[in-house]
Design a protein. Structure first.
Length: 317
């Protein structure tokens, strides 16, 4: 089928972010026409004026609706888009110039009704954002599934960089009402309807994520809390690896207690691991400051996700 891309962008109180994202879309090397649908999710600080600044440079449609969350806003945009293949970005992304070319090339070689891509740190990001990006994408922290390493299993696309055909959207009805994990939930329903997904390594975006340690902790805590619900809803998808962050923080606590008691072996193992984190981050980011912060963001990531996972297990909500 001839691909007709519609880019769907939900936005909530982030006009500066949408400005950077739309600016990056004007630099696409893709020679064919594509549509951009911006869905303002009931923002008090809306981005209408900023969006209008790009009305001549992009084939752009702007909607303002009552606040209902990102998932419902994505569905709202896809229902009104004119393309036959939707690409969804979070508003805090910057898109490389060759993104659409890479997607079209990959889908021409291996068409799937859904795909996901990686994320990377842009040069303009703060050192905290770069450290967070490292922790979320490194092989030493997440197995590299969110980074530039191809997934060894069936890939679960994330909503910050996700593509889905109109056919698959209509069949699955898009995102559910879940506030956390709605993208993973959509992936599982895609598989239930026999739609394939793939990871397109070269279709990456620059994803800012959260900009403070506190915001990052809250985000990872929410991710962890949502996973047990998904495991209960889709029991065949549950994996022992989802327990790893919880086990990590448990052993970290034991290591600290043991160190106080004069037993150093467990603490030394963590020293070795965090040294590996430091060296790997330094090699990738070329900055000592980012490498040091990567140790803290990794610890925050495991703690947030691990505690959230335990909260989700013992919570009905």
């Amino acid at each position: 089928m001839e691909l007709q891309f519609s880019i769907i962008i939900p936005v909530y109180n982030r006009p500066q972010e949408i400005d950077e994202l739309l600016a990056s879309l004007t630099k696409q090397t893709y020679s064919k026409n594509f549509e951009v649908v911006v869905v303002e999710d009931g923002s008090e600080n809306n981005s209408k004026e900023i969006v209008e600044n790009y009305s001549k440079a992009l084939n752009l449609i702007y909607f303002f609706k009552e606040n209902s969350g990102a998932g419902a806003s994505r569905n709202f945009g896809m229902e009104r888009a004119s393309g036959n293949y939707f690409i969804i970005f979070d508003s805090d992304c910057i898109i490389p110039p060759n993104y659409l070319d890479e997607v079209e090339k990959a889908l021409a070689l291996n068409f799937t009704d859904a795909f996901g891509g990686a994320d990377a740190a842009h040069d303009s990001f703060t050192i905290i954002q770069k450290a967070i990006n490292y922790s979320m994408t490194s092989f030493l922290t997440t197995g590299g599934i969110r980074g530039s390493k191809k997934a060894v299993d069936k890939f679960q696309p994330r909503s910050f960089n996700l593509g889905i055909s109109k056919k698959a959207f209509e069949k699955t009805t898009g995102f559910s009402k879940m506030k956390i994990g709605e993208d993973i939930d959509l992936t599982f329903r895609l598989w239930e309807h026999n739609f394939e997904t793939q990871f397109i390594e070269n279709a990456f975006v620059y994803h800012k994520r959260r900009s403070t340690f506190q915001q990052f902790f809250k985000q990872t805590f929410a991710f962890g809390k949502g996973r047990p619900f998904l495991n209960k809803k889709y029991p065949d998808t549950a994996k022992i690896t989802y327990w790893f962050p919880t086990i990590f923080i448990l052993f970290f606590a034991i290591a600290l207690i043991s160190l106080i008691a004069g037993i150093k072996i467990l603490a030394l193992l963590f020293v070795v691991y965090f040294t590996m984190i430091f060296l790997d981050s330094f090699i990738k980011n070329k900055k000592i400051s980012v490498a040091v912060l990567s140790i803290f963001t990794t610890l925050i990531q495991f703690t947030g996700y691990g505690l959230g996972f335990l909260k989700g297990i013992f919570s009905d909500s």
